[in-house]
Design a protein around this ligand. Structure first.
Ligand code: S3P
Length: 449
């Protein structure tokens, strides 16, 4: 089943050179945070360029259920009339976060230090994902939670009536866990400290500072130490959401593997905690250039130009994994067209994403004739060179948008077409993917249409 309807099987086939400009949508991580922080500020936050994917729309609806006014003004312009830190109302219905781990985990954090209860659910993918990584630190603030076995959704959080601030070291590299603790810390009196051993995306820290919270970050021998003073009054903001590097990855990578391509992807956020894929591609020999580098809304941004390239396999340094964690599926596609093997280590977090992404990519690539090695924490792809990948497989997407888009890009450069069982989840993060890729020249179709 698709997350929001019947499955949508799709096929992609060898495409002519991809040419043109790809205007990808707004950043998903920043879009979720804009709505949640807007709901926790006092007054009206304006957002331009919001990603209108299902995940973010579900977060917007959730913020309404907690009492904020969320208004769509058209063309990516939204406003949120916030209720202030500690001002959430108790929702009178179950909060359905659909497919979105970021949505549910950040919202659980945001409500956990208010004296209200909320029950959360999602689709089959989300209800299978671990939530103990969130409810454990929320318990330290005084919140209680009651979920299914292993802390899975549906799950009820009973917020702490008298929250206490916490000092918490995040046990795995996860921006969602870090952010949930910071959002919970907003309504706890005193100082909440979050320590991460490896740097993960820092949008929450940047945006909390932008909304006027007293937050500081220090590098120490323990890692990044983030200190937040509780119970600030957050000031509403005018936010322009940069375009999503994780969505840009698809037209960029397709441009690198489809012979003769030259694709321009403008205005992409290049926050160093997100840009690991582009560094990796350049190390593989990609003709990928940054044009018109600039700062927009406090984030580094550039126009990316990707041209078809002869690529070589490399070892991706494990310490880079967090800065490209969502890009390993599409990197494994690119690696299939490189000469030599590409080794991705330190990637076990991929096993608890929207799907087990190591397993999903390994099985699908094997079905298309690529040799794969894997263990719990590693994925190795044996590249077959440009034009060397047979294709011809049907790949299961497991309700995972990035798996679906990765296999659609694969089929644009394989000898035989590549099929997926369900492209429906693409709408969670990149609702215009099919049109945008088709406009560049990609041969992708819905198989039953
Ligand atoms: C995200 C954090 C990452 C990433 C997800 C978005 C965020 O998840 O995979 O797509 O916006 O904080 P983890 O925190 O599980 O690494």
């Amino acid at each position: 089943m698709s997350s929001h309807g019947a499955p949508i099987p799709m096929t992609s086939r060898k495409s002519p050179p991809l040419k043109g400009v790809a205007d990808v949508p707004g950043d998903k991580s920043i879009s979720h945070r804009s709505l949640i922080l807007g709901a926790m500020a006092v007054g009206e936050t304006q957002i331009a360029g919001l990603l209108e994917g299902q995940d973010v729309l579900d977060t917007g609806r959730a913020m309404q259920a907690f009492g904020a006014e969320v208004t769509n003004h058209g063309q990516g312009n939204w406003s949120v009339h916030g209720v202030g830190v500690g001002g959430f109302a108790e929702p009178d219905q179950v909060i359905d976060c659909g497919n979105s781990g970021t949505g549910v985990r950040l919202i659980m954090g945001a409500m956990a230090t208010s004296p209200i209860s909320a029950t959360f659910t999602g689709d089959a993918s989300l209800n299978g994902r671990p939530m103990g990584r969130i409810t454990d630190p929320l318990a330290l603030f005084g919140a209680q939670s009651y979920g299914r076995k292993g802390g899975r959704l549906p799950l009820t959080v009973v917020g702490a009536a008298d929250p206490v601030p916490v000092r918490y070291t995040v046990p795995m590299p996860s921006a969602q866990v870090k952010s949930a603790v910071l959002l919970a810390g907003l309504n706890a009196p005193g100082e909440t400290v979050v320590i991460e051993r490896e740097a993960t995306r820092d949008h929450s820290e940047r945006m909390l500072a932008g909304f006027g919270a007293d937050i500081s970050v220090e590098d120490s021998s323990e890692g990044r130490v983030i200190t937040l003073q509780g119970q600030p009054e957050l000031t509403p903001q005018n936010i322009t959401v940069p375009r999503d590097p994780s969505s840009a990855a698809f037209p960029v990578c397709a441009g690198l593997i489809v012979e003769g391509s030259d694709v321009l992807v403008p205005g992409i956020g290049l926050n160093p905690t997100r840009a690991g894929l582009f560094t990796t591609l350049r190390e593989m020999g990609a003709d990928l250039t940054y044009e018109n580098e600039r700062i927009e809304g406090g984030e580094p941004v550039a126009d990316l130009r990707a041209k078809f390239s002869d690529l070589k396999g490399i070892d991706v340094p494990p310490e880079r994994a967090a800065s490209m964690i969502d890009e390993f599926p599409i990197l494994s596609v690119v690696a299939s067209f490189a000469v030599g093997k590409t080794v991705m280590r330190g990637v076990k977090e991929l096993r608890v994403k929207e799907s087990d992404r190591i397993d999903a990519m390994a099985r699908g690539l094997e079905a298309c004739g690529v040799t794969i090695e894997e263990d719990e924490d590693t994925l190795i792809v044996h590249g077959m060179g440009a034009d060397g990948v047979p294709g011809g497989g049907t790949c299961a997407t497991h309700l995972d948008h990035r798996i679906a888009m990765s296999f659609m890009c694969l089929g644009m450069a394989t000898q035989k077409p590549v099929n997926i069982d369900d492209g429906g989840p693409i709408a969670t993060s990149f609702p215009i993917f099919e049109r945008l890729m088709s406009d560049l020249g990609a041969q992708i179709v819905r198989t039953n249409s």
